[in-house]
Design a protein around this ligand. Structure first.
Ligand code: ATP
Ligand code: MG
Length: 465
């Protein structure tokens, strides 16, 4: 739908609770606008983004006026002029018009200065599509052509891109994130500045980098980001720089390590119809990150990467932890990376062993992770040389077995055994201690290998026999 039509719908989209906040501030003589992400997304026809309000009121005045209107207020960032109003249970961030000045360290403003005009506040924002304000009766305020850029699918910095990225290098990664999320192209001057300023990303706190990178990964377009923005991606994740141009000297590989990774990321989206889980996306991005470090050449000059899955899992865990990616994603992605190249016989016991291993590392998520692993392996297989892609079809055999095993309630964890530790102690006359766990592990192995059925009588008989 054209953006102008969307603009007419803004009124309907605007949530009543945010309207109350703006009205309360304006009835007290201040000016207030919705700003940033809500305006951008509503113009794109999307609801659901939190409403941020920007206002001429100081945070103390906002707090006073909103409380007087019966709205709860929390002091969430008063140093930057922000309070959070909670209206009908919904939070609205209310921030005083401000500008930021003197970024001597390329990441923090030296001074935050409160100003009286909304235009000045919009001018400090990063991208034209993020620098629009909207008001229920005054309509859209768009001094930098954000609406046109939104309509034409363009990412453009507000003001001189090199100056703006030089102030806060995180904006480099934000520009790429929005480009990937919306499928927008980056305007040429902005693109040039991205490349010039990308090295300054090393100055930015790793959690902030991690948050934006996670945004790129979860857009489902990290493969495109790798292809279109190699300079930025390698600056954000220096471990990838070592992969770029790294010749694999292998008959199995048509691409260097970096391009192979980009292919795998794209293939994961294709195999999952764009619904890959976060751990699969992160695993695809980092699955071969240890290849440069584990490279060796044989006498024929062929390249090998012995143990790169295990080393890769270790490196990926350290990288993701450094970037403050949620722990459950880190652990699961590391497990996928460790197993991405493992030889797995297409047999039921092997599938049960795989489930057991995943269950040990990520209890309760083994089934889902096993399917993600198969998608990673399929993606890996179609991203080498054409002949290697037959290996992708092999994964279908595992998938069939896996579905059958899960449907039949396969046993792959001690918790699923029909006997408990107490049963083992009684049957074997043992005292509590590590020996009991060892017996249970032995039983589990026997069940998984099909040597004994998982019934109480069978297990006890097997134990004492
Ligand atoms: P998202 O849907 O990703 O949350 P958003 O636009 O709300 O999108 P936020 O990171 O929540 O993004 O920031 C809110 C607004 O603050 C942005 O729309 C932008 O105007 C401004 N902003 C955020 N970070 C920066 C930055 N580093 N430099 C300049 N302006 C920024
Ligand atoms: Mg936001």
């Amino acid at each position: 739908m054209p953006v102008s039509t969307q603009e007419n719908n803004m009124e309907k989209r605007f949530p009543a609770y945010a309207r109350r906040v703006i009205e309360a501030l304006e009835q007290a003589g201040f000016e207030a606008w919705a700003v940033g992400g809500w305006v951008r997304d509503a113009l794109r026809g999307q609801d659901g983004h939190d409403v941020d309000v920007t206002t001429s009121a100081s945070w103390q005045d906002s707090e006073r006026v909103l409380r007087a209107a019966g709205i709860a207020v929390h002091q969430t960032g008063t140093a930057h002029g922000t309070v959070t109003a909670v209206c009908d249970g919904d939070p609205v961030e209310v921030t005083t018009y401000r500008v930021e000045e003197g970024y001597t360290d390329h990441r923090h403003p030296d001074v935050v200065r409160f100003v009286s005009s909304v235009q000045e506040d919009l001018a400090r924002r990063d991208l034209t599509i993020n620098a629009m304000a909207w008001h229920p009766s005054r309509g859209l305020l768009d001094p930098f052509g954000g609406q046109d850029d939104l309509c034409n699918g363009i990412i453009r910095a507000v003001g001189d891109p090199e100056v703006r990225f030089g102030e806060d290098a995180l904006r480099v990664l934000r520009a790429v994130r929005f480009s990937m999320r919306f499928g927008f192209v980056i305007e040429p001057n902005t693109q040039r500045a991205l490349q010039t300023c990308a090295p300054q990303l090393v100055l930015v706190a790793q959690e902030r980098v991690g948050q934006e990178l996670d945004g790129i990964v979860s857009s489902g377009a990290v493969g495109r980001a790798l292809r279109e923005q190699p300079v930025v991606m390698c600056a954000a994740l220096p471990e990838l720089a070592a992969c770029r141009g790294f010749d694999q000297r292998s008959v199995y590989h048509a691409w260097d390590v970096y391009d192979h990774i980009a292919h795998v990321c794209c293939a994961c989206e294709a195999f999952t119809a764009g619904l890959a889980r976060p751990e699969l996306r992160w695993a695809a991005l980092l699955h071969d990150v240890a290849k440069p470090a584990t490279y060796s050449e044989d006498v024929l000059g062929h390249g090998h990467f012995f143990d790169h899955p295990r080393e890769g899992a270790r490196m990926a865990l350290a990288i993701m932890r450094r970037l403050a990616i949620p722990s459950e994603v880190c652990v699961a992605a590391a497990a996928l990376i460790r197993l991405h190249d493992e030889r797995i016989p297409a047999t039921r016991p092997a599938i049960r062993r795989l489930l057991a291993e995943l269950a040990r590392e990520c209890p309760g998520r083994e089934g889902q992770l096993a399917f993600s692993l198969l998608n990673l392996r399929r993606s890996d297989a179609v991203s080498k040389v054409p002949t290697a892609s037959t290996w992708a079809g092999e994964q279908d055999r595992y998938a069939i077995l896996l579905r059958e095993e899960l449907a039949q309630g396969a046993v792959f964890s001690v918790r699923q055994l029909a006997v408990s530790g107490a049963d083992v102690m009684r049957a074997c006359g043992m005292r509590p201690g590590p020996g009991v766990g060892m017996q249970l592990d032995m039983l589990l192995h026997a069940v998984m290998n099909g040597e004994v059925r998982n019934t109480r009588d069978n297990l006890l008989e097997w134990l004492i026999g």
